[in-house]
Design a protein around this ligand. Structure first.
Ligand code: SF4
Length: 307
């Protein structure tokens, strides 16, 4: 145990199975009017031209998730933000729309508003069709933002796509403390399993960034070490968003604020404390020659058109 009370979490070396941790939630289907949306805000600032959101609502249902705070501005319906995480509405016609909308100069982020490999995707199985369309008409850059071990189901399709476009996997690890993970994101897979999935993707030859975001209470140095061992590209770190530093747009849900207060973890929402933690993480990564970018700078590395 370290000073934060975290046990060391070894990276598993075996092939990772699909975890039974998360229930798949209620699955619905509905057509969308578009597959790709022009970006704005944080994702546009990072350099992405378009976003691809294959479903509305996310059955991981993380307690801090920023998306439901966007409400209609995130394309949500009232039931989505009131019952966040309890169901997901898959945009069933996204593959057909992509066939018409994909262009070679697009830099696409998938997804700012849901996890493309959320539990509901296991049954929906939309992503194999999405990856097939991308391979047929590859954009300039395609980034998958996920925390879901289910991504390994599509490994062959991902390897094929990586031959045709600049594919980057941005894999979310928010803490190295299982007690914290269980509190804030109880429907997500354990930290050790997620690290093992990253390693398997990287070992297969894909570009894998460990995205330490939103950063939850953790042992910062240990988390950086584990993330570097599991990934093969620059690290990205982004603390929990707070209104003190972000007056508009998506932010941390009230439930996470209440939980931090109840558990004596308020400092993780304090911008000055967050900055110290980020600097410690960057120093740790730099000592081993690895880039570690914070906020928009870090996410901009995902959108780069050169390797
Ligand atoms: S996985 Fe991402 S989109 Fe889904 S609930 Fe968690 S933070 Fe929100």
């Amino acid at each position: 145990m370290d000073s934060f009370g975290a046990a060391t979490l070894p990276i598993a070396t075996m092939t990772v199975g699909l975890s039974p941790t998360a229930s798949t939630g209620e699955l619905r289907f509905a057509p969308a009017t578009t597959a790709l949306s022009k970006t704005s805000g944080f994702i546009a600032d990072a350099g992405f031209t378009h976003s691809l959101t294959p479903a509305r609502n996310c059955t991981y249902g993380c307690l801090y998730c920023y998306v439901p705070t966007l409400r209609i501005h995130g394309g949500l319906r009232k039931e989505d933000w009131q019952r966040w995480g309890q169901f997901s509405t898959v945009k069933e016609n996204v593959p057909a729309l992509l066939a018409k909308q994909l262009r070679p100069d697009q830099r696409i982020y998938c997804s700012p508003l849901t996890d493309p490999y959320q539990p509901a995707e296991r049954e929906a199985s939309l992503m194999p069709q999405v990856l097939g369309e991308l391979s047929a008409a590859p954009p300039e850059v395609f980034v998958i933002q996920t925390r879901g071990p289910l991504i390994l189901r599509d490994l062959d399709l991902l390897l094929e796509l990586a031959q045709r476009t600049l594919l980057r996997i941005s894999f979310s690890i928010t803490t190295n403390r299982e007690d914290i993970r269980r509190i804030f994101e109880p429907h997500c897979e354990p930290v050790a399993e997620r690290l093992a999935v990253m390693k398997e993707l990287a070992d297969a030859g894909l570009r894998v960034h460990a995205t330490l975001a939103p950063l939850l209470p953790c042992d910062p140095e240990q988390l950086v070490d584990q993330a570097m061992a599991a990934s093969n590209e620059a690290l990205i770190v982004d603390p929990l968003h707070v209104r003190a530093t972000k007056s508009q747009g998506a932010t941390t849900r009230d439930a996470a604020h209440r939980l931090c207060a109840a558990k004596g973890l308020e400092e993780w929402l304090d911008p000055a404390f967050q900055q110290q933690i980020v600097e410690r993480m960057q120093q740790r990564a730099a000592r081993q020659g690895r880039l570690c970018g914070a906020g928009v700078q870090g996410f901009s590395w995902l959108a780069k058109t050169a390797t």
